[in-house]
Write a protein that binds this ligand. Sequence first.
Ligand code: PLP
Length: 387
Amino acid sequence: MKYSNSVEKLPPYLFIEIDRKKKELLEKGVDIISFGVGDPDKPTPKHIIKACQKALLNPAYHQYPFGAGLKSFRHAIAGWFKTRFGVTLNPDTEIHSNIGSKEAIGHFPLAFLNPGDVVLVPEPGYPVYNSGTIFAGGTPYFMPLLEENNFLPDLSRIPEDICNKAKIMFINYPNNPTGAVATKEFFKEVVAFAKKYSIIVAHDAAYSEMFYDKTKAPVSFLSVPGAMDIGVEFHSFSKTFNMTGWRLGWVCGNADIIKGFSKVKDNYDSGVFSAIQEAGVVALKSSQKCVENARKMYKQRRDVLVNGLSKVGFKVKKPQATFYVWAGVPQGYTSAQTTEKLLTEAGIVTTPGNGMGKSGEGYVRFVITQDVKRIKEALERMKKLTW
Ligand SMILES: *Cc1c(COP(=O)(O)O)cnc(C)c1O
């Protein structure tokens, strides 16, 4: 079978590969402890489920939802955004519902790219920035995220001709996989850069609520002066409310950018199931206690894992946000060798850093979606390894 050039250009989808390997070992009866895929282990809070159950009985919701999303959904987002970030959004023009962030990020470049256009893509990073660019006929230019720069891209190192050809810049903070948080100063730098070269900034804020120090809660890119002129921000219910299976998110920001994106969406999908949007309304408008509790839980897991890893040969710091621990591998090993050893000798699944971009070489990614008891068990197994 001859597939399209775009499909031929895609790297294998990393997490599907990892999942396959894991299943193979499970079938052999190995007791696997997985720190592989970024998917919360706890169920969706009950009040959110109940809201959906009730909404399911509304016959109007059994028909095509179409368009930007329920008015109530967009108003709930605007209210939440104002409270959380101090940013005012117009629910009619500056917010659009998405079937999760993944499809939205993947489809986004289709609205803005012509052949030969460049998209600035962070690496290591979420694979969809690259694949969405390829499907839209664009060319990715990779911006390395290095520890010495606090995992922020160094915009001054992007060549002038690339800046001139760039149409979109993807950024993602709090960051998957490094756990880094962006400063407001960095966002200001991005706004100035984007304005200078007429680049659309697409900020993926899927982890905005997964942070550990309330006094250092991540800011919205849109809260920086001028950002609304050139940018949008993608948000998702997946990580914040344990809703990865539901497929619900939104994009907000500059009205012209949202309008262009909606032209693509109108031709690819017919909106988000309204009963799920109703669940989203309740998630945003109810007490955020469940989010607070999740933070406490992840913090405990993070501390146990990071303290333990630093005693078994990894070079690792506590992330300020996200449920990822980005650990420097033991001396003399590559990312792939480390992942392989952890899997075959200890039954532990991790993601090799280089699988998410070449600057990820020398790291492995742990997702803290195991309870403390299992994390301790994993650390016991790691103590027995010789490197
Ligand atoms: C998990 C994740 C998302 C969210 O994806 P959904 O499609 O909304 O589930 C977006 N961006 C990054 C970087 C992620 O890790």
